[in-house]
Structures are given as structure tokens and as C-alpha cells.
Design a binder for this molecule. Structure first.
Ligand code: PMP
Length: 331
């Protein structure tokens, strides 16, 4: 296989059978290996979708600056694509995200701005700050910048509809009963569910919601309410994004870090794959879905990014102990 550029390395990731979870439930549980994308996460797809749509509409011009507010992974995807396509990036991130993601963004050449982690209605929230930076750049030099706005820009869910969802259907020859994942922007769940349900309306769609996120109560009882907190980065929100709007969820579950983290520690120890905490929430959701459906079903979830991106947190016994969370037995 040859590839002509970075963009063509994005997607077409394998589906890995999760051996332990499958044996435990009598189901076939698969994880989509999104950590194998060139930027190391599922968000490379989003970055590509956002850039392609902005170039096509003329909003992003050659040599322009891409501005985005991100928990990190979208920024990484945007920056490597920008490097490869002749753009530059200005990335705004809340300062409570992992050190590894900040360092990687700097290494890649992004211009990085860290802001306090505040509520979404605060004008200094990273999303609003990114938009304000793009507006200012465009005031100074019209057409020089584009705010990709991954939460409400539906080019995000569209690329998951066109790629992730179609790939899963083809990889399983349509033999799929359920799909479940967490929501950051909602791009993955919205795009994949649309693709799968178009082929088979009976595919069940689950939401694995971490503590501290308001979506579980929204899909269960219609109210945006949250309790607790999670160390999982990039997932969990308190409002309905344009990407998520209209997605029909029929199996919402709430997952605590205490339930989820042992699954990725076990996966590393017994199946050799080192993943981040959002993948742990997803795996716990897939386990709950398999238990509720019973043996003989095929369920897919997303393995979002590598655990090395969170070595200082998810694989750091001092950090984990400070939060009262389970530890990997060998650390
Ligand atoms: N896991 C991680 C680590 C992420 O960074 C993100 C995106 N913020 C997600 C999961 C969720 O994906 P989506 O934005 O498509 O809902």
C-alpha cells in the first residue's frame, strides 16, 4: 500500500475483537482502533472533515490560519493536517488537560493558548475564546483565519457518517446489533448512528456518559443535569451540540471512572493495548450493552486514543491515589 499524503492515512482503522469482554458476555464486542490514526486519535477524522468543508466553501484560504478550541486531540489532528496542507493553527485549550497533549501540540508547531477550565456560558471558555481569536484575525486581515467550531459545525458528524459508520458496516458485513460510545462533540455517535441505522433501523445506539456530564439525564429524563466528575478528557458535556441534535439514543448509561478504568488496565495487561480513559468509558458502556442484550450479539465501540497521551494521569499511581481511583496493579 502506498499513500500520497497525510490525509490519506486517516481512517480505515481495524476493528479489534475485545477478547476478555467478549468471553465474559458471550457477545462479539469490537473496538474501532481509532488510536491508529496518524495523529493518534479519532479526532483526526473530524479535523479532516472540518478542513475539507472549509476549503470547499472558500472559508479557509490557502496559507490561512485554522483556529479551534479543543481538549487537545482535535488540535493535534488539525495541526498535522495544517502542516501537510499549507495552513497554520492557533489552538485554545483548557489548562486542566493532560501535559502530554499540550507538549505534543507545541512539538507539532501549533500556536497554543491555555485558558482556565470554566463553564460553557463563561465568555472565556475555550470554545468562545477560539472564536474571538478568529474574529480578531479576520478583522485585521479579512479571510485570513477560520474557526472550525467542531461542536456545532456538522462537517464533523458528516465525516463520521461517510467514513467511520460505513467502515464498521462493511467490516462486519452488516452483522451488528449495537453501537455505543461517549460524547465530546457528538460527531462520532451522530455520524456513525446515522450510517448504521440507514442500513438497519434496528441497530441499537448507546451513549456511555461519564460522571460530570449532563447527557445521561437528558436522554433518560429530558433534563440536562449532572453529578460527580471524571478524569476522562475529551468527553462529557452540559449542552446539546448541533452535531448531537437529532440523534436517537436508545440505551443511555452513566459510567463512573471506578467501573471503567480497570477495563483498560486489564486490556493492557492481557491484550497488550494501552488506551486513554474515554476508551475505558466506552468499553464499560459496551459491556453494559452486551449484558443487557444477552449472549450472541455483536456490539461495537470506539478505542479513541493511546494511553501514553495520559501517562501523567491515567497511568500515574500518585495522581490516581489522589482521586481515590483504582490503580494498574503493576505500577
Ligand atoms: N475521546 C477522546 C479522547 C476525545 O478527545 C474525544 C473528542 N473530544 C472523544 C472521545 C469524543 O468524540 P466526539 O467529539 O466525536 O464526540
Amino acid at each position: 500500500m502506498t499513500a500520497s499524503d497525510l490525509a490519506s492515512l486517516i481512517g480505515n482503522t481495524p476493528l479489534l475483537k475485545l477478547r476478555n469482554l467478549s468471553e465474559q458476555t458471550g457477545c462479539d464486542i469490537y473496538g474501532k482502533c481509532e488510536f491508529m490514526n496518524p495523529g493518534g486519535s479519532v479526532k483526526d477524522r473530524t479535523a479532516l472533515g472540518l478542513i475539507r468543508a472549509a476549503v470547499a466553501s472558500g472559508d479557509l484560504q490557502q496559507g490561512g490560519t485554522i483556529v479551534e478550541g479543543t481538549a487537545g486531540n482535535t488540535g493535534i489532528g488539525l495541526t498535522i493536517l495544517a502542516n501537510s496542507m499549507g495552513f497554520s493553527t492557533r489552538i485554545v485549550m483548557p489548562m486542566n488537560q493532560s501535559r502530554e497533549k499540550l507538549e505534543q501540540l507545541e512539538l507539532l508547531g501549533a500556536e497554543l493558548e491555555l485558558v482556565q477550565a470554566t463553564a460553557f456560558d463563561d465568555p472565556n471558555h475555550y470554545v468562545h475564546r477560539a472564536r474571538a481569536i478568529a474574529d480578531k484575525l479576520n478583522e485585521e486581515n479579512p479571510g485570513s483565519a477560520f474557526w472550525t467550531g467542531q461542536f456545532n459545525n456538522t462537517a464533523n458528524r458528516d465525516i463520521h457518517y461517510e467514513t467511520t459508520g460505513q467502515e464498521i458496516w462493511q467490516q462486519l458485513d452488516g452483522k451488528i446489533d449495537g453501537f455505543i460510545c461517549a460524547v465530546g462533540t457528538g460527531g462520532t455517535i451522530a455520524g456513525v448512528s446515522r450510517a448504521l441505522r440507514e442500513k438497519n433501523p434496528d441497530v441499537r445506539i448507546g451513549l456511555a456518559d461519564p460522571m460530570g456530564s449532563a447527557l445521561y439525564h437528558y436522554f433518560k429524563e429530558g433534563e440536562l443535569l449532572f453529578e460527580g466528575s471524571s478524569i476522562a478528557e475529551g468527553i462529557g458535556i452540559s449542552h446539546i451540540t448541533d452535531n448531537l441534535a437529532g440523534t436517537d439514543i436508545d440505551f443511555p448509561v452513566q459510567i463512573a471512572d471506578e467501573e471503567a478504568l480497570p477495563l483498560i488496565y486489564d486490556l493492557l495487561a492481557k491484550e497488550g493495548i494501552c488506551l486513554g480513559a474515554s476508551s475505558a468509558i466506552n468499553m464499560a458502556g459496551a459491556l453494559r450493552m452486551a449484558e443487557s442484550m444477552g449472549p450472541g450479539h455483536t456490539i461495537v465501540t470506539v478505542l479513541c486514543d493511546y494511553g501514553t497521551r495520559y501517562q501523567s494521569k491515567v497511568y500515574n499511581p500518585v495522581f490516581l491515589k489522589s482521586k481515590g481511583l483504582p490503580l494498574p496493579s503493576w505500577l
